[in-house]
Design a protein around this ligand. Structure first.
Ligand code: FES
Ligand code: FES
Length: 155
Protein backbone atom coordinates (compact mmCIF):
# COMPACT_ATOMS: atom_id res chain seq x y z
CA UNK A 1 0.00 0.00 0.00
CA UNK A 2 1.37 3.40 -0.98
CA UNK A 3 2.26 5.98 1.63
CA UNK A 4 1.96 9.73 1.28
CA UNK A 5 5.17 11.68 1.78
CA UNK A 6 5.99 15.37 1.68
CA UNK A 7 9.36 16.23 0.30
CA UNK A 8 11.13 19.47 -0.61
CA UNK A 9 13.37 19.06 -3.66
CA UNK A 10 15.44 21.84 -5.21
CA UNK A 11 13.21 24.51 -3.69
CA UNK A 12 9.90 22.90 -4.60
CA UNK A 13 7.43 21.09 -2.34
CA UNK A 14 5.95 17.76 -3.43
CA UNK A 15 3.29 15.51 -1.94
CA UNK A 16 3.71 12.05 -3.40
CA UNK A 17 2.22 8.58 -2.93
CA UNK A 18 5.09 6.09 -2.87
CA UNK A 19 5.53 2.35 -2.50
CA UNK A 20 7.13 1.48 0.88
CA UNK A 21 10.06 -0.24 -0.86
CA UNK A 22 10.84 2.56 -3.35
CA UNK A 23 14.28 4.07 -2.92
CA UNK A 24 14.91 7.78 -2.94
CA UNK A 25 17.01 7.50 -6.10
CA UNK A 26 14.07 5.89 -7.90
CA UNK A 27 11.69 8.52 -6.60
CA UNK A 28 13.95 11.29 -7.87
CA UNK A 29 14.61 9.70 -11.23
CA UNK A 30 11.22 8.18 -12.10
CA UNK A 31 8.62 10.20 -10.19
CA UNK A 32 10.30 13.61 -10.46
CA UNK A 33 12.29 13.08 -13.66
CA UNK A 34 15.53 14.23 -12.05
CA UNK A 35 17.81 11.88 -13.93
CA UNK A 36 20.96 13.85 -13.13
CA UNK A 37 21.14 11.65 -10.05
CA UNK A 38 22.72 8.45 -11.36
CA UNK A 39 22.16 4.88 -10.33
CA UNK A 40 25.21 2.65 -10.48
CA UNK A 41 25.82 -0.09 -7.93
CA UNK A 42 22.66 0.34 -5.79
CA UNK A 43 24.79 -0.93 -2.90
CA UNK A 44 26.22 2.27 -1.44
CA UNK A 45 29.62 1.71 -3.04
CA UNK A 46 29.93 4.05 -6.02
CA UNK A 47 28.43 7.38 -4.91
CA UNK A 48 26.83 8.08 -8.28
CA UNK A 49 23.46 8.49 -6.54
CA UNK A 50 24.75 11.14 -4.08
CA UNK A 51 22.33 13.91 -3.14
CA UNK A 52 22.27 16.39 -0.28
CA UNK A 53 19.56 15.61 2.27
CA UNK A 54 19.05 18.08 5.13
CA UNK A 55 22.60 19.38 4.68
CA UNK A 56 24.34 16.00 4.50
CA UNK A 57 25.45 13.99 1.50
CA UNK A 58 23.77 10.61 1.30
CA UNK A 59 23.64 7.70 -1.10
CA UNK A 60 20.07 7.94 -2.32
CA UNK A 61 20.09 4.25 -3.30
CA UNK A 62 20.32 3.37 0.40
CA UNK A 63 17.49 5.60 1.58
CA UNK A 64 13.86 4.68 1.15
CA UNK A 65 11.63 7.39 -0.20
CA UNK A 66 9.46 7.09 2.92
CA UNK A 67 12.55 7.83 5.04
CA UNK A 68 12.93 11.10 3.17
CA UNK A 69 9.49 12.27 4.34
CA UNK A 70 9.66 15.92 5.47
CA UNK A 71 13.26 16.33 4.31
CA UNK A 72 14.97 18.86 2.08
CA UNK A 73 16.79 17.38 -0.89
CA UNK A 74 19.19 19.01 -3.29
CA UNK A 75 20.09 17.29 -6.55
CA UNK A 76 22.43 18.40 -9.32
CA UNK A 77 19.47 20.01 -11.11
CA UNK A 78 19.11 22.39 -8.15
CA UNK A 79 22.61 23.80 -8.46
CA UNK A 80 22.22 25.80 -11.62
CA UNK A 81 21.47 29.46 -10.97
CA UNK A 82 19.73 32.06 -13.11
CA UNK A 83 23.20 33.27 -14.04
CA UNK A 84 24.06 29.82 -15.42
CA UNK A 85 26.16 26.95 -14.18
CA UNK A 86 27.15 26.73 -10.52
CA UNK A 87 30.86 27.66 -10.09
CA UNK A 88 31.66 24.00 -9.36
CA UNK A 89 29.94 22.84 -12.54
CA UNK A 90 31.86 25.49 -14.49
CA UNK A 91 35.17 24.51 -12.89
CA UNK A 92 34.60 20.81 -13.64
CA UNK A 93 34.07 21.69 -17.30
CA UNK A 94 37.06 24.05 -17.47
CA UNK A 95 39.48 21.71 -15.67
CA UNK A 96 38.51 18.63 -17.67
CA UNK A 97 37.13 16.96 -14.55
CA UNK A 98 34.27 15.43 -16.54
CA UNK A 99 34.81 12.63 -19.02
CA UNK A 100 31.92 10.16 -19.28
CA UNK A 101 30.07 12.21 -16.66
CA UNK A 102 28.53 9.31 -14.80
CA UNK A 103 30.17 10.26 -11.49
CA UNK A 104 29.93 14.01 -11.99
CA UNK A 105 26.65 14.87 -10.29
CA UNK A 106 27.63 12.94 -7.16
CA UNK A 107 31.16 14.37 -7.21
CA UNK A 108 29.88 17.91 -7.55
CA UNK A 109 27.31 17.52 -4.76
CA UNK A 110 29.92 16.03 -2.39
CA UNK A 111 32.23 18.91 -3.29
CA UNK A 112 29.51 21.49 -2.78
CA UNK A 113 28.70 20.09 0.62
CA UNK A 114 32.40 20.38 1.52
CA UNK A 115 32.71 23.97 0.27
CA UNK A 116 29.54 24.96 2.16
CA UNK A 117 31.25 23.83 5.38
CA UNK A 118 34.83 24.65 4.48
CA UNK A 119 35.17 27.29 1.75
CA UNK A 120 38.90 26.81 1.19
CA UNK A 121 39.72 23.13 1.75
CA UNK A 122 43.13 21.49 1.45
CA UNK A 123 43.78 18.86 -1.21
CA UNK A 124 43.52 16.20 1.48
CA UNK A 125 40.16 17.53 2.66
CA UNK A 126 38.86 17.52 -0.92
CA UNK A 127 40.03 13.95 -1.44
CA UNK A 128 38.34 12.89 1.78
CA UNK A 129 35.09 14.65 0.83
CA UNK A 130 34.86 12.80 -2.50
CA UNK A 131 36.24 9.52 -1.20
CA UNK A 132 32.79 7.92 -1.44
CA UNK A 133 32.46 8.91 -5.10
CA UNK A 134 34.15 6.58 -7.55
CA UNK A 135 35.40 7.78 -10.92
CA UNK A 136 36.73 5.34 -13.48
CA UNK A 137 37.81 7.98 -16.00
CA UNK A 138 39.64 11.02 -14.67
CA UNK A 139 42.21 9.74 -12.20
CA UNK A 140 40.70 12.19 -9.66
CA UNK A 141 43.42 14.88 -9.91
CA UNK A 142 41.41 17.10 -12.25
CA UNK A 143 38.41 16.80 -9.94
CA UNK A 144 40.54 17.85 -6.97
CA UNK A 145 41.95 20.74 -9.04
CA UNK A 146 38.46 21.91 -10.00
CA UNK A 147 37.23 21.94 -6.39
CA UNK A 148 40.41 23.65 -5.19
CA UNK A 149 40.01 26.26 -7.91
CA UNK A 150 36.52 27.20 -6.68
CA UNK A 151 37.82 27.29 -3.10
CA UNK A 152 40.67 29.58 -4.10
CA UNK A 153 38.31 31.96 -5.89
CA UNK A 154 36.35 32.30 -2.64
CA UNK A 155 39.44 33.49 -0.76
FE1 FES B 1 24.11 4.41 -4.80
FE2 FES B 1 26.15 3.29 -6.11
S1 FES B 1 24.11 3.68 -6.83
S2 FES B 1 26.13 4.17 -4.13
FE1 FES C 1 33.53 8.85 -15.96
FE2 FES C 1 34.00 9.91 -13.55
S1 FES C 1 34.02 10.94 -15.48
S2 FES C 1 33.25 7.93 -14.02
Amino acid sequence: MKKIINIHVNGQDYELAVEPNKTLVDLLRTDLGLTGTKKGCELGDCGSCTVIMDGKTINSCLVLAVQANNSRIQTIEGLQTEAGLHPLQQAFVEKGAIQCGFCSSGMILSSKNLLDRNPNPSEQEIREAVSGNLCRCTGYQKIVDAVADVGNKKK
